[in-house]
Design a protein around this ligand. Structure first.
Ligand code: OOG
Ligand code: MG
Length: 264
């Protein structure tokens, strides 16, 4: 670790202010070039403690940068995890405000809801599948707080993996009813197809990404509690959106998720 506890708190304040004020800031490593991935997780943990101390509740976790398309888009080569708060969930079919976001992007993911605790450091995809109650198609709205959506790994981890909003789809599926490696997804913006992919883009199988998340949590001395909602990472690159856009994410055999964006 390169940051002092004081600096960790200072960066937590900086990120939280940018999240709440919906403004972009320079990536944190511009001021703290020696900052490490562990420092990023220390800032993220401070952020989570701060929100929980305000009485907000955590819904689960997310892992990101798990597909080649995303790693190439963001110039980062290692997956990262972040937390999801209940008050950032939005319903399928809802209208989402862009006014409290900086430069939002949307991405298609498979989300898992767990029925048993999962614990690293040796969690496997098989254990994940056994502990999964159901999976749903989902949209994640990411919104880096960094100027130009440009960052490095320590900075994006401190910014909670660009987490902004998440939209679980309404159709639940048990894992034995699906081949999680072969879900074709396509994203339409304002009725036009913009990007498509197959779920094996996420580390070969999104269940492997969840196992990796559990193992990364273990490094922080934590387990994944039962009844966690977990996003397994974008299948394709993320697509920028603005007020007035409508988005439909279609997951073959799983259903679709629809949202619109509004200035109000
Ligand atoms: C980091 C978050 C990546 C995913 O699913 O890959 C992510 C970013 O690209 O801003 O959520
Ligand atoms: Mg994501």
């Amino acid at each position: 670790m390169a940051l002092t506890p004081n600096e960790v708190n200072q960066l937590c304040d900086r990120v939280l202010a940018a999240q709440r004020g919906a403004y972009a800031i320079p990536k944190l490593t511009d001021d703290f070039p020696a900052m490490t991935v562990d420092d990023g997780y220390a800032v993220q943990a401070a952020l989570r403690r701060r929100l929980c101390a305000e009485g907000r509740r955590q819904a689960g976790w997310k892992i990101g940068l798990t597909s080649k398309a995303k790693m190439q888009q963001m110039g980062v080569s290692v997956p990262s995890i972040g937390f999801l708060m209940e008050d950032t969930a939005r319903a399928d079919g809802s209208t989402i405000s862009t006014q409290d976001l900086v430069h939002p992007r949307v991405e298609c993911e498979i989300a898992f809801f767990t029925k048993a605790e999962l614990r690293g450091p040796d969690c496997t995809a098989e254990q994940v599948l056994a502990a999964t109650d159901y999976v749903v198609p989902a949209i994640e709205i990411i919104d880096s707080r960094f100027s130009g959506f440009k960052f490095d790994l320590p900075s994006v981890i401190a910014d909670n993996g660009s987490s902004a909003r998440f939209v679980p789809g309404s159709t639940r599926h048990t894992v034995d009813a699906l081949d999680l490696r072969a879900i074709h997804v396509s994203l339409e913006k304002n009725g036009e197809p913009v990007v498509a992919g197959v779920s094996d883009a996420v580390l070969g199988n999104p269940a492997i990404a969840i196992a990796m998340l559990v193992n990364l949590l273990a490094v922080q001395g934590e387990s994944l509690p039962a009844e966690s909602f977990v996003m397994s990472g974008a299948i394709t690159e993320a697509i920028p959106v603005k007020a007035g856009d409508s988005i439909r994410a279609k997951f073959d055999g799983m259903g679709s998720v629809n949202i619109q964006f509004d200035a109000a």
